[in-house]
Design a binder for this molecule. Structure first.
Ligand code: WT7
Length: 651
């Protein structure tokens, strides 16, 4: 077979610019530029049309969009069910026996599991009946603390089927993190597993789950047997998944939900120590999950879509569950680490299953790049036809490496910008339209409106930077609130430029007159550590729990592979001396409180932190120190002498 025509171009500013090939254009769902203009003319009508075309509604909505700042609603009074749209619709067609989930366990000698749409449908129905038999009612919250095994999608869809609200917690988060989320959500039931594999070892998930459910409202813990590790089952509370499922009836009527009813709550880090429960609705979220999955990744029936994100993050929710399943697509789910047993495990999987669409984070690409192209070269990756990235800005080197060594120069790289709050992708190039520009995410998805404003609220010009915002009509996939905390919702997103403009907390630059946007990173105290969203305040809270710590400040330092890493500046209490033992104790404290992803890369023990005369810690100075930038004016400091000392220690 002949290679498709190479489509590399260089623009006059000596930057790379790629356009889709004719083959790509021909296959793509959208390849005509006019889609942007059309949607822009009437975004409300655009989304109304898409919601009707893509989904099956039990009852049509009476009003497409309603805006009462800072709240908005879509598809008002429409009735719909997520699990019905992801499953029932497909089992009525030839897709009944199509693979919905191909699951690859981490241990290479364990067999692959394949669930057809009919298998998934049956298991979801059974679990929905199990949940009902345990007393779960519409509107109840269910915690899900599972690794990447098919039971996680089954559990999410079973909740959706009966109108229960799922709240998935990343399985690498600690028991304490789980507990604070379960308490806030007032969850009734937790679905977890005995353990799972990570780099060849079994992680004792149930032990963490036990910590997490203590002193909460959780009445029952449903335990999936995955790793077979010995665990403690608490009588009357803990029940095995298999035992419950064995007796469950095969069909459960899907609950007709109001379009605006909550589908799920997902906790995410903000600028304070307490994660916020981001609320997503049903009809609006499903509409955008479906169409972004279809158009961004050009998802067709013969594709195998692999989104490597963990289900504990929004990327997993939307592109390793709802988005592709709503499209009747086949998803690949891999349980384990990318470097087990060797650093080519991902490529082995791509080759083994003929993955066609691959979606991952820049941090992973940078890691793979360091290991070298000899690893992907060992494998036939020609099945791939589209690559995606998400989670943080991607540097040009990583983009080019991904394009050349994974995509073989054939596949467009779709850099998708979005947030837990936006529910689905918002800014990216479309594969049949382009252009694909390294380090530039792309244009606003059709039917959505973004702008970049300066400090005073004025739009910036092309080539200039400012703050990224979204304008009404807001994407139907956007958050509907912060669970039990309307003040925080208003303050976080609708305060910077008033209650009519959604503030993203991201810096951005207008790239060109086409409306392409380059994202430059968070402008608040939210870190992206290996693609994981964490707040500096959460790490600070964990550290100050230690009785030796008087005071601390955490800032993000740039890191070649992880993007950012937390650095902790710690002032010890009187009479306590710095030691390596104390350092590891503090690191353990963070792991216990949040999880291993939050582990500080360095703990700097110091006598004092730079402070203003009014006693405020000058984070600006700490940030400059860890970035190796000049510190600037220190005359307003109460203790300028600390800066020299810290400079030495940071090194
Ligand atoms: C933050 C949101 C969106 C799903 C995963 C992350 C950063 C996300 C990009 C991108 C530059 C990006 C932003 C955003 N971000 N995608 N393509 N280019 N930055 O969701 O954990 O809620 O984090 O991730 O800073 O605000 P999240």
């Amino acid at each position: 077979m002949s290679e498709p025509k190479k489509w590399v171009k260089e623009d006059p500013n000596n930057r790379f610019l790629f356009w889709p090939t004719e083959i790509m254009k021909k296959k793509a769902w959208v390849s005509d530029e006019s889609i942007y203009k059309e949607a822009e003319k009437n975004p409300i009508a655009f989304w109304g049309k898409k919601a009707k075309e893509g989904l099956e509604w039990f009852k049509a909505w009476t009003e497409t969009y309603q805006w009462d700042p800072p709240y908005y609603k879509w598809f008002l009074n429409g009735k719909i069910n997520a699990s019905y749209n992801a499953l029932d619709r497909h089992v009525k067609t030839w897709r009944k026996n199509k693979a919905a989930i191909i699951w690859e366990p981490e241990p290479p000698d364990e067999p692959t599991r394949v669930l057809t749409y009919n298998d998934l449908y049956r298991e979801v129905n059974k679990l929905a009946n199990v949940l009902k038999s345990l007393g779960v009612q519409k509107g109840d919250r269910i915690g899900i603390y599972l690794p990447m095994i098919p039971e996680v999608q089954i559990a999410m869809l079973a909740c959706a089927r009966i109108g229960a609200i799922h709240s998935v917690v990343f399985s690498a988060f600690s028991g304490e993190s789980l507990k604070s989320r379960m308490k806030d959500a007032e969850a009734k039931i937790l679905v977890t597993a005995d353990g799972y594999y990570r780099r060849g070892k079994i992680v004792d998930l149930k032990a963490n789950a036990d910590l997490g459910v203590a002193d909460t409202d959780i009445k029952h813990v449903i335990v999936v047997k995955r790793a077979g590790n010995p665990i403690r089952m608490t009588k009357g509370r803990d029940v095995w998944w298999d035992q419950l499922m064995a007796k469950a009836p095969l069909y459960c009527e899907p609950e007709p939900m109001d379009s605006e009813d909550m589908l799920f709550i997902l906790y995410t880090s903000g600028t304070t120590g307490k994660p916020k429960g981001i609320i997503h609705d049903t009809g609006g979220y499903l509409t955008v999950a479906l169409w972004t999955a279809k158009w961004d990744f050009d998802l067709h029936d013969d594709d195998i879509f692999w989104c490597t994100a963990d289900i504990g993050w929004i990327t997993g929710h939307t592109y390793a569950c709802y988005g592709p399943l709503l499209n009747g697509a086949t998803i690949l789910v891999y349980e384990g680490a990318l470097n087990f047993p060797q650093v080519d495990r991902w490529w082995e999987i791509v080759e083994k299953f003929g993955v066609t669409i691959f979606y991952t984070a820049p941090t992973a690409i940078r890691m793979l790049l360091r290991w070298g192209e000899e690893w992907p070269e060992k494998h036939n990756l020609r099945s791939l036809r589209l690559l995606g990235t998400v989670g943080e800005p991607i540097n040009q080197d990583a983009w080019m490496w991904y394009f050349n060594h994974i995509g073989g120069g054939r596949c467009p790289v779709i850099d998708t910008w979005w947030q837990t709050e936006t529910g689905a992708t918002l800014i990216n190039a479309l594969p049949g339209i382009g252009p694909f520009i390294p380090t530039v995410a792309g244009r606003s998805f059709p039917g959505t409106i973004h702008d970049i404003l300066d400090e005073t609220g004025q739009p910036v010009k092309i080539g200039e930077g400012g703050y990224l915002v979204q304008k009404s009509p807001f994407s139907p996939g956007m958050l509907r609130g912060v669970y039990k905390d309307p003040e925080r919702y208003a303050a976080q997103y609708w305060n910077t430029y008033g209650d009519k403009i959604y503030y993203t907390s991201d810096g951005a630059i207008w790239w060109d007159e086409l409306g392409n946007i380059r994202l430059t990173g968070r402008v608040d105290d939210v870190m992206k550590v290996a693609g994981h969203r964490l707040s500096t305040a959460e790490v600070e809270n964990a550290l100050t729990q230690n009785s030796s710590v008087a005071e601390c400040a955490v800032v993000a330092a740039p890191h070649e592979v992880k993007g950012e890493v937390p650095i902790a500046f710690v002032v010890l209490k009187q009479g306590i001396n710095p030691s390596t033992e104390l350092e590891s104790e503090l690191i353990q404290q963070v792991i216990r409180a949040i999880g291993p992803t939050a582990k500080p890369a360095k703990i700097v023990m110091t006598d004092a932190l730079p402070k203003t005369r009014s006693g405020k810690i000058m984070r600006r100075i700490l940030k400059a120190l860890v970035k190796g930038e000049t510190v600037g004016d220190t005359t307003t400091l109460m203790n300028p002498e600390t800066v020299e000392d810290l400079k030495q220690k940071v090194g």
